[in-house]
Design a protein around this ligand. Structure first.
Ligand code: ARG
Length: 296
């Protein structure tokens, strides 16, 4: 079932089936990371401006943080000619079914420049024994994996952003194919082109969000289902991608350095922020959340 409006909601989070938090992290090396084309507003003015050495250091610090937190980090080599492949939240959506079956839905990237990234991720998951699911040809439009489709922490419930990179028809198909509820949110501001740039689900009842990124229906859905919504100041969200933070365990929040107000609000809510520098990746419109993919 796909939900578009708050008055359609016929369930609560507590009554949706449980799903464990993933413990494995995939990262793609930044050896070929660069800004060579502009497909989101953050990339404007940054073509040719990436400091590769610095990018590598920032990427390693993120990898080390996941390892220190006890996660099992898998690393896949980036490929030449695919400067955005490092953003490995986008090429797939991993899932775990109630019968224990693990799989990934393969994305259909919006930008032609990114389409060749998907087979590399597909091969990785195939080698891990995952079932691969492709979106059927009769389902129109694009889909950018965990850039737009986010699992509600601890539950088999999907939040799906659409408007820039993903088309709503894909969510109808996903809801049927995976047998889960999908709540769709219309993204209306190009700075927040992926759902993971304006919504960060921290635990089953708490999320960071940017109100200006959604329409009235979207805000109503968020308010109805998430009891503790932490508003992120627009400057921190736009310039530092504060909502591209990641809370892998319900407690630690990995977030771009300098999101002062967001960090204060996270602490007040009982979370432990870990500040990381992702300046080189911000030039491409990405930060912590999109530099990794959680899988089961
Ligand atoms: N340059 C990349 C793009 O525009 C950045 C992707 C960031 N990923 C994300 N999940 N927000 O496609």
């Amino acid at each position: 079932m796909r939900y578009l409006k708050a008055d359609q909601l016929d369930f609560t989070i507590e009554t949706t089936p449980p799903m464990p938090l993933p413990r494995r992290v995939l990262m793609v090396t930044p050896d070929h990371f660069d800004v060579v084309y502009v497909i989101n507003p953050h990339m404007e003015g940054h073509v040719g401006q990436i400091d590769r050495t610095l990018a590598r250091q920032q990427w390693e610090a993120l990898r080390d943080t996941y390892q220190k937190l006890g996660f099992d980090v898998h690393v896949l080599e980036g490929a030449p000619g695919l400067p955005d492949m490092v953003f490995c939240a986008n090429q797939t959506l991993p899932f775990l079914q109630e019968n224990g079956q693990r799989g990934v839905v393969l994305s259909r990237m919006h930008a032609p420049q990114r389409r060749a990234e998907v087979p590399y991720l597909a091969r990785f998951f195939e080698a891990q024994g995952y079932t691969l699911r492709s979106i059927p040809e009769d389902v129109p439009g694009s889909f950018e994996g965990m850039g737009d489709a986010l699992w509600h922490p601890g539950h088999a419930l999907l939040w799906g952003g659409y408007g820039f990179r993903t088309d709503p028809a894909v969510y109808e198909w996903l809801a049927q194919t995976l047998g889960v509820r999908v709540i769709t949110l219309h993204l209306t501001d190009p700075d927040f082109y992926h759902l993971d740039t304006c919504l960060s689900l921290l635990d089953a009842g708490t999320a960071l969000y940017v109100p200006a990124a959604f329409d009235d229906e979207g805000r109503a859905l968020l308010h109805r289902l998430i009891p503790h919504l932490i508003e992120v100041p627009e400057r921190e969200a736009r310039e530092l991608l504060a909502c591209n933070a990641h809370c892998p365990d319900g407690r630690h929040v990995l977030i771009q350095r300098g999101c002062t107000e967001t960090i204060a609000r996270l602490r007040a809510a009982g979370f432990e922020p870990i500040e990381l520098e992702t300046s080189e990746f911000l030039k491409s419109g990405g930060s912590v959340f999109c530099m990794k993919l959680m899988f089961f």
